[in-house]
Design a protein around this ligand. Structure first.
Ligand SMILES: O=C(O)C1=C[C@@H](OP(=O)(O)O)[C@@H](O)[C@H](O)C1
Ligand SMILES: C=C(OP(=O)(O)O)C(=O)O
Length: 429
């Protein structure tokens, strides 16, 4: 599906979709438990991959009125009777790789072409260090992955600068091993707020995991059981970043985003970033409401070490702002659904933006030229698509984004929400 965005203004109220990161974890933790009710889950392609995995390990998932009723496998995953298709979801693949290492047999994981190009080597090594066996079928650290358990816990040494999901995965599984897992980080940890999301979610399910001087530790022999047997998913700040960005660049009147309650999500940093760029923005944390008005933005410098998923949004803001926007510490943003550093440089470039790409820095030289409408490649990547849609609102002339259906990974009704706010959107095959 292609989407055409014609320059237009937005105004009104939108509700943030539920958090993808919390929903993955809430669903999998319910699988590790005897079961749980998960309220307000995100319903998206990536979440369906994690649901499939819970079922493959012997759990069951049903849905009534926006609540998932999950029967778990009680910390003892069965050996799946088929390959698990993780689709486009890195989170599913990493969390499920460690879950598979608990099963007494072999699990095979695969996914789409993007997923099969992403790195998993350090997690496979970690499972080997714990006495399991984990291999890439092609010997390159990429899926298809073949994992054999069971592991009983121990100490692992792992880099922290490829994906924090490796750490989240080991903590999740370590809690139900006999010995627990001590994780020694070989490098600085990137994307660390996502490990905070993991430990926060585990605590809500009655499981303790914590930081140490060397990295992280989780004791074995713990049981997952959420308080009252249920868990409610908060709103997603990465998804909110597009709504807030469109309000800041194309608001006719204020745009109000609901569902913005504070949580461990690092991507709530988008509020401060917009403020730094000069946006008139207000976050009522008690009410969970953020209000933003169209503002003249100026360039800024942002370190995305902790917030990789904000890079596409910030790049678009930088292309509309006056002056340079420098996005630093971005190497790990190249390991996502696509290489997002280079994708944003290329696609904003097609719209006339002046961009300098270095290995771990993206600089957008805003204000040199107006953005002009163009046909841009969504790169089969939900965040590239949504960020380019924001740019399309203020470009000179219509912008066509190819492969726009991939928003179903994290924000399936994104274009309906955009249209509901007044954006001029049309779809074609
Ligand atoms: O654990 C998670 O929910 C996520 C962790 C981050 O990945 P990395 O840790 O690989 O940077 C982030 O980019 C991804 O969208 C979601
Ligand atoms: C990188 C992302 O997710 P995942 O790693 O789960 O594919 C994302 O949502 O931007």
């Amino acid at each position: 599906m292609n989407v055409e965005i014609t320059p237009s203004t937005v105004t009104g109220t939108a509700k943030a979709p539920p958090s993808k990161s919390y929903t993955h974890r809430a669903v999998l933790a319910a699988g590790y438990a005897d079961g749980a009710l998960v309220h307000d889950p995100l319903d998206s392609a990536d979440i369906r991959a994690t649901r499939r995995a819970v079922e493959a390990f012997g759990g069951a998932v049903s849905e009534t009125d926006g609540t998932l009723d999950i029967t778990g496998f009680g910390g003892r995953p069965e050996v799946p009777d088929d390959v698990i298709d993780c689709g486009n979801s890195g989170t599913t693949t990493r969390l499920v790789t460690a879950t598979a290492a608990l099963a007494d047999g072999i699990t095979v994981l695969t996914g789409d072409a993007s997923l099969r190009s992403r790195p998993h080597g350090p997690l496979l090594d970690a499972i080997d260090q714990l006495g399991g066996s984990a291999r890439s079928s092609r010997g390159n650290g990429q899926a298809p992955l073949v994992i054999e358990g069971p592991i009983s816990g121990g100490t692992v040494s792992i880099p922290g600068d490829v994906s924090s999901q490796f750490i989240s995965a080991l903590l999740f599984a370590g809690a139900v091993t006999d010995e627990g897992i001590d994780i020694d980080l070989e490098t600085e940890l990137k994307s660390s707020p996502y490990v905070d999301i993991t430990t926060e979610l585990m605590a809500a399910y009655g499981v303790d995991a914590r930081r140490t001087d060397e990295g992280f530790t989780v004791a074995g022999g713990q049981s997952y059981a959420p308080g009252g047997g249920e868990y409610s998913v908060p709103g997603d700040f990465s998804s909110m970043s597009y709504l807030l960005a469109m309000g800041a660049v194309a608001g006719e009147d204020a745009v109000e985003v609901q569902g913005a309650h504070p949580s461990a999500q690092g991507d709530s940093a988008i509020v401060g970033i917009l403020e730094d760029m000069g946006a008139v923005i207000d976050w009522d944390q008690d009410a969970g409401v953020i209000t933003v008005e169209r503002s003249d933005l100026t360039g800024t410098t942002v370190d995305v070490g902790d917030t990789p998923d904000l890079l596409p949004t910030i790049a678009t803001l930088g292309a509309i702002a006056d002056g340079d926007t420098r996005i630093e510490n971005a190497e790990h943003v190249r390991y996502k659904e696509t290489d997002r550093v280079s994708a944003m440089a290329d696609e904003l470039g097609k719209m006339g933006a002046s961009v300098t790409e270095e290995h771990d820095v993206l600089t957008i030289h805003g204000g040199e030229t107006e953005l002009s409408g163009a046909t841009v490649d969504g790169c089969d990547d939900h965040r590239i698509i949504m960020s380019l849609a924001v740019a399309g609102l203020v470009a000179d002339g219509p912008t066509t984004i190819t492969g726009a259906e991939h928003v179903d990974v994290s924000f399936p009704d994104f274009f309906d929400v955009l249209a509901g706010l007044g954006g001029d959107v049309s779809e074609s095959e």
